[in-house]
Design a protein around this ligand. Structure first.
Ligand code: GLN
Ligand code: ZN
Length: 763
């Protein structure tokens, strides 16, 4: 093994570091470049400074390698295509001469090109750009950017480990656009491209390449698995030493394959796949390194160092220095540095570790293994104290919540009557026309609304003043909906900046960081809240707003809540209890809110679950367990109301076909879904499945600036009528309208109401 390992040293490393910068410097620099306020040289200088800083942080923390190649100008999958010269053909770019302006056309689109498709990176909230596979694609002649970065790291005297997305994962993650019957038909060209890359890196003096093959955590088809050995036999000849990494789940099913690959080492996720570690270590070949990701790259909790060491010890007994200590996956998925959290509650802060703190944890574990336990005893003691404090903190445990959890019965998940009886009661109550029209919840969030909310948050606007401004906005939104002639109204959500944060701030057990940014895609970052304790609702959260809105109209006003699975999915969650328990706690809090809304006279309540599908485990074999508890959590949040109260849910941008039995099992009276982008194709599955309850297929894409005509929407609804009976159909946009402006929103909705009228005449 090359580098440190060759000298027989213990090795600590991370699979990648967040690229965006602690202050989101890369975001700022990219956006200013896009606006034309800075040039490519300016943007490049920011990137270079960030890389230098991040390597310095890793080296200073005692990492034996700094990771080079985890940097990306927008996304590392697009970066890999640029490096290989395999840019989507439709952009007509010369990959050898690619500049950043052209690179961003692929990522973001322009007037002549639509952007590359974006999709979720495994089960994370990071989105990558999907490679576009066509038979004519070539895999040579890419950009020099990576080689320049290697030279930078070398000039800064770092021991560089270069990271590359592996050839099989790259191929797998792309989509065939034309002319190929299987992605693997491109494999020979891809492998030749990687060979050239590796040779060039070797020529540059690189001794270790981390090659990421995260698809190994999926359930892979035989043809993909069979491709690994020949591919790596070829690459081994060209390459510096290769460390093949797997992460996000166990790969124990592929243990034989991984042992047989001609690589210098393999990395395993020791957090999500802790059960696989010993078995791998027991049979691990003498000439190979086993890198164990023991510090969680997917969550923000401080590492239980004692437990981590206890896991590593027996592996170390087998492997000695061939055991490397690492993060479970790239640290891309956690915020950069806790040091920037000045306002965080002191007690909670003790319990946390962001990327920079995780480096220290990895180093401390490495030291404990290499016989320097006494030197790091202080760090172990500090971690122990923090963990003990967390375990016993009264802020984590709430006796009321525990009691309530124990008292939950099967009946709590059921409405009083089945859907046919409920819907009959509901129809009698409201007498809505055929094809009722509604919206998904939010209306345009104008700069003025945002300014009032921000001023209120800063304490510059008093409570009453704020209340009045928001009520003015709600009044306006209700008036406009009445003018438009919509059938079921909403209050417009002006008081919410974010659908999770808004509720998290009112629930016990949730905390928020000031700067805990995580890259979601491109320049977009999110600041997920963290759920640290039992979730408890001290008082009603939305009742006042909904009640006020209902007082302004005779039409039904939908109450608007974020569902338990989405509240869970878009947060960092507790690692001291199963996700299902946390989901149930949130569900109980929401159930109280739902019941309070009903008591206050709100007869329709929407519980949004846009992240429902996102929670699916990587392996299909694990889906059922997740879906069962996720559905149950939703049902418990909804089932406290009478038959006459109508429960809605909303889901967007997801496929449903393979989980339809569970969508139906959620038993919402009405579900609104995204379908317009697929031209209602998504609805076919609901039809075939004979989805029993009411459904509002989105009739227009709110993400597009194009204003839809009534005719477009009628056409889509005619397709919908072909698969769903008329009396089950609603008409609504795809998603909330908060990102749009008023003129376009008003016009689009007036066309939508017009479409409903036309349909009623036809029916
Ligand atoms: N009710 C939310 C809104 O309209 C739903 C948002 C979502 O689905 N992401 O904004
Ligand atoms: Zn939506």
């Amino acid at each position: 093994m090359a580098g440190s390992a060759a000298q027989g040293e213990y090795v600590a490393h991370v699979l990648g570091f967040p690229r965006i910068g602690a202050q989101r410097e890369l975001k700022t620099a990219m956006e200013s470049f896009w606006k034309g306020e800075s040039d490519e040289a300016g943007l490049r200088a920011t990137g270079k400074a960030l890389r230098a800083r991040h390597w310095q942080v890793q080296a200073a923390a005692g990492m034996d390698y700094v990771t080079v190649g985890d940097f990306a100008w927008y996304d590392h999958v697009l970066g890999t295509l640029a490096l290989l010269g395999a840019l989507p053909a439709r952009f007509g770019l010369d990959s050898g001469k690619l500049d950043l302006a052209a690179y961003y056309v692929m990522a973001r689109g322009d007037k002549d090109h639509f952007a590359m498709e974006m999709t979720k990176w495994f089960d994370t909230n990071y989105h990558y750009l999907v490679p576009e596979w066509t038979p004519d694609l070539t895999f040579d002649h890419g950009v020099d950017w990576l080689f320049d970065e290697v030279a930078e790291a070398q000039a800064q005297s770092h021991q560089a480990k270069v990271v590359l997305l592996g050839p099989l994962s790259l191929l797998f993650l792309g989509k065939i656009k034309s002319g190929l019957s299987h992605k693997l038909e491109l494999l020979p060209k891809v492998v030749a491209g990687y060979e050239k890359l590796l040779l060039r890196l070797r020529g540059q003096g690189v001794t270790l390449v981390q090659i990421d093959e995260p698809i190994l955590a999926l359930e892979l088809g035989r043809e993909w698995l069979d491709a690994f050995l020949p591919v790596y036999l070829t690459l081994a000849n060209a390459a510096p030493s290769l460390l093949l990494t797997t992460y996000f789940d166990t790969v124990s099913a592929h243990a034989d394959l991984l042992r047989s690959l001609p690589v210098a080492g393999v990395h395993l996720d020791g957090v999500r796949g802790v059960a696989q570690l010993q078995e791998f270590a027991d049979k691990w070949p003498q000439d190979k390194v086993l890198s164990v990701g023991i510090v969680d790259g997917r969550n923000i909790w401080r590492c239980d160092l004692d437990a981590a060491l206890a896991t590593l010890k027996p592996l170390h007994d087998k492997l000695g220095k061939r055991l490397w200590v690492a993060s479970s996956c790239s640290l891309l998925h956690v915020p950069v540095d806790l040091a920037n959290e000045h306002k965080l509650d002191g007690e909670i802060r003790q319990w946390l570790a962001f990327a920079t703190q995780k480096l220290d944890e990895i180093f401390v574990l490495r030291q404990a293994l290499n016989g320097s336990a006494d030197v790091v005893a202080g760090q172990f003691a500090a971690a122990r104290t923090a963990l003990a404090g967390r375990r016993s903190s009264p802020r984590i445990h709430n006796a009321l919540v525990q009691k309530r959890l124990k008292a939950v019965t099967a009946a709590d998940a059921d409405r009083s009557s089945a859907f046919p009886a409920r819907i009959a009661t509901q129809q009698k109550r409201w007498k809505l026309p055929a094809f009722p029209t509604t919206t998904i919840g939010s209306f345009p969030q104008t700069p003025q609304i945002r300014a009032v909310r921000a001023a209120y948050k800063r304490g510059e606007t008093g409570h009453l003043d704020y209340l009045n401004r928001m009520r003015d906005e709600i009044r306006l939104v209700v008036e406009r909906q009445e003018q438009l002639g919509l059938d079921v109204l909403v209050h417009g959500e002006p008081e919410r900046n974010d659908m999770v944060e808004y509720f998290g701030e009112q629930l016990w057990g949730y905390a928020f960081s000031a700067n805990g940014w995580v890259q979601s895609y491109g320049s977009r970052c999110v600041k997920p809240p963290f759920i640290y304790g039992d979730v408890y609702r001290p008082e009603a959260m939305t009742v006042g707003w909904s009640q006020f809105a209902q007082s302004l109209t005779q039409k039904p006003m939908k109450g608007m809540l974020t569902g338990p699975v989405t509240m869970l999915q878009w947060s960092f969650v507790r690692d001291d209890q199963p996700r299902s328990t946390t989901a149930l706690q949130i569900a109980l809090a929401l159930r109280d809110e739902v019941c309070d809304l009903e008591k206050a006279g709100i007869g329709m309540i929407q519980i949004d679950e846009p992240a429902f599908r996102e929670g699916l485990p990587l392996k299909a074999g694990d889906w059922k367990e997740y879906l069962d508890w996720a559905v149950r959590a939703f049902r418990i949040s909804a089932a406290g109301v009478k038959d006459e109260t109508q429960i809605h849910t909303h889901m967007c941008y997801s496929e449903f076909n393979d989980i339809l039995p569970w969508i139906a099992a959620m038993d919402a009276d009405v579900i609104t879904i995204e379908t317009s982008r697929s031209g209602m194709e998504l609805l076919d599955g609901f039809g075939r499945f004979q989805y029993p309850n009411d459904i509002g297929p989105g009739v227009y894409d709110i993400h597009s600036p194009r204003i839809p005509q009534a005719g477009d929407m009628v056409r889509l609804m005619e397709k919908a009528r072909g698969v769903i009976p008329d009396e089950r159909l609603w008409i609504n946009p795809d998603c909330g309208l908060k990102t749009r402006n008023w003129p376009e929103t008003y016009e689009a909705l007036s066309h939508m109401v017009q479409a409903a009228r036309e349909l009623r005449e036809r029916a």
